[in-house]
Design a protein around this ligand. Structure first.
Ligand code: NAD
Length: 286
């Protein structure tokens, strides 16, 4: 049987989540995705209308199949957590069962189990503010959407993950080095995510021999990154200063994810794996 993957954080064909879905599909996995509720309609209608067909092309010429798209808002664990104004919001009211617990229940009812869990989502409402000017609310929102969301997804999926499965997330070097512009507590959220990767690797490894890793990816002009505003500069900086002076392709992160999810990586867990043309290894820009 092929493996089944759930990828949280796919809403278009530009980001790392999409590239990971593609590489996993290329390796024979069945693909389920979790799409942020406010982005659901446009993603599904674009899929249906063939807008992504060019980027769905696999090497054998067939189109990647997304078996099911689940609406998801990973800042809510269960229906009791959803505030009234969100419940009443037109975009949220039009979808159902999108809290983490409900999504996992739906996946369980639909498919029984999964083998691979991917967390490719982040959000920090105050990302453009300096850390020293971030509000408590903004900081906690960044941690909730970008770090705890992963704990919640893994906690709920673990019971339906097959023994020997693999889980991974996406992080950024702003967790350990100063990257001015990555504000609002997003740097803190990535530091938490990396630390949690180690502790979760221990817990999921002992419980079910599930491996937990995170990919520290270089800059990509995704929708989320464009919203931060400094992505073109970061891409140029990387091109100039990294050991490998080439464009970083989302596919390279996708392929690393497929490797990490495969038996080829059977002894790798609790790791931060850099996929950044080597930029992390530089001490100065030259
Ligand atoms: P992206 O826009 O493709 O992905 C982010 C996704 O998160 C979007 O689909 C968005 O709808 C979703 N999302 C936001 N809040 C959510 C919520 N509450 N519930 C469910 N989904 C939610 O952008 P991306 O840059 O590919 O981001 C994917 C991951 O890669 C993130 O963790 C990001 O921090 C990480 N990353 C990105 C870069 C980069 O330069 N783009 C570099 C390193 C790491």
């Amino acid at each position: 049987r092929g493996k089944r993957a759930f990828i949280a954080g796919v809403a278009d064909d530009n980001g790392y989540g999409w590239a990971i879905a593609k590489s996993l599909a290329e390796a024979g996995a069945e693909i389920l995705v979790g799409t942020w509720v406010p982005a659901l309609n446009i993603f599904e209608s674009s899929l249906r209308r063939g807008k992504f067909d060019e980027s769905r092309k696999l090497q054998d010429g067939s189109l990647m199949k997304i078996t099911k798209v689940y609406p998801l808002d990973a800042v809510y664990d269960s229906p009791e957590d959803v505030p009234e104004d969100v419940k009443a919001n037109k975009r949220y009211a039009g979808a159902s069962n999108w809290t983490v617990q409900e999504v996992v229940e739906s996946v369980k009812n639909d498919f029984g189990t999964i083998d691979i869990l991917v967390h490719s989502l982040a959000n920090g409402p105050e990302v453009s503010k300096l850390l020293s000017e971030t509000s408590r609310k903004g900081y906690l929102a960044a941690i909730s959407a970008s770090s705890y969301s992963y704990i919640s997804l893994l906690k709920h999926f673990l019971p339906i993950m097959n023994q020997g499965g693999s889980s991974l997330s996406l992080t950024y070097i702003a967790s350990e080095r100063i990257i001015p512009g990555y504000g609002g507590g997003m740097s803190s959220a990535k530091a938490a995510l990396e630390s949690d990767t180690r502790v979760l690797a221990f817990e999921a490894g002992r419980k079910k021999r599930i491996r937990v890793n995170t990919i520290s990816a270089g800059p990509l002009g995704s929708r989320a990154a464009k919203a931060i505003g400094f992505i073109d500069m970061m891409i140029d900086y990387s091109f100039t200063n990294a050991p490998l002076q080439k464009e970083l392709h989302a596919e390279e992160v996708g392929n690393t994810a497929a490797f990490l999810a495969s038996p080829l990586a059977s002894a790798i867990t609790g790791s931060v794996i850099y996929v950044d043309n080597g930029l992390n290894a530089m001490g100065v820009g030259v």
